[in-house]
Design a protein around this ligand. Sequence first.
Ligand SMILES: *[C@@H]1O[C@H](CO)[C@@H](O)[C@H](O)[C@H]1NC(C)=O
Length: 183
Amino acid sequence: MRDLNLVILLSLLLVNSVNARNGPAPSPVPSPTPSPSESSQPLDFKYIQLWADADGETHIAQCRMSGFREDAYSSLPQFVRDDFGGNTTKLIFTELSVGLTQPLHSPPAVQFVVTLSGSWYIETTDGGYYAFQAGEVLFQDNTAKSPAAKIPEHYSGTVGDVPCQQMVIQLNRTPNVDSVCPF
Ligand SMILES: *[C@@H]1O[C@H](CO)[C@@H](O)[C@H](O)[C@H]1NC(C)=O
């Protein structure tokens, strides 16, 4: 009787270990995105641009970045782009309060704005409007030093009932006009 119990116990252990090994099917792996060896550029690297025309009116473009190179940035090859026609001069973390509504203005420098959390909008002088979600990137060069006929300006402000957190990266790149999706 004791031997029989032992046999049953061992059988159960064996069955359990087989089940553990076969296990439930692993959750589906997301289809792989191209690696640098398979594609020359990322397929869908989005950014939004707030651009100025020569008259100083402002507009919004939805762009897809290219110009990446294959680079072992940290270890294995990955897509890298680090040339934006100027050097980074300042890194700023900022939070826009709920309800913030900026009058017409131009940014203090040519800059990228990365939305970290919450949401904010830009509204351009052509009536264009875009509300950013976390993870979205803006490039804008409508500064007071723009070569446009007048200073190109826009409205902006917070969207929703939580503050909007941003990371801003300023560049010393020269502002342009009529340059849509420059990267
Ligand atoms: C950016 O930095 C590099 C290296 O220091 C320098 O050679 C280059 O002139 C700088 N470019 C601008 C636009 O400041």
